[in-house]
Design a protein. Sequence first.
Length: 103
Amino acid sequence: MIVRYFGGTKLGVGGLISAYRTAAQYALEASVIVEKTINLALSISFAYKDLNKVLRIIKDNNVTVSSRKMEFDCEFVISIRKNDFKKVKLALENLRCLVIKEL
């Protein structure tokens, strides 16, 4: 936050520009850059016998598994980068052994 006090000396336009520039520079130097990706989620359900096929697609495409339930039938919630979403979804649909729901 920048607070401007009047102390009897007029800064003028140039002085104000310099003061605001310096304050902005200090704020940027003190900040931390955080990179994030935009991810989309899918819920996939499949038979346990198809686990290896699904895990292969997950591994090959660097997909994050948010939650998993593995019993006779398996259910995964996966998080996919937005740029890779169509490619991964198509690869999963080509398996034809699972049910896909977009979340």
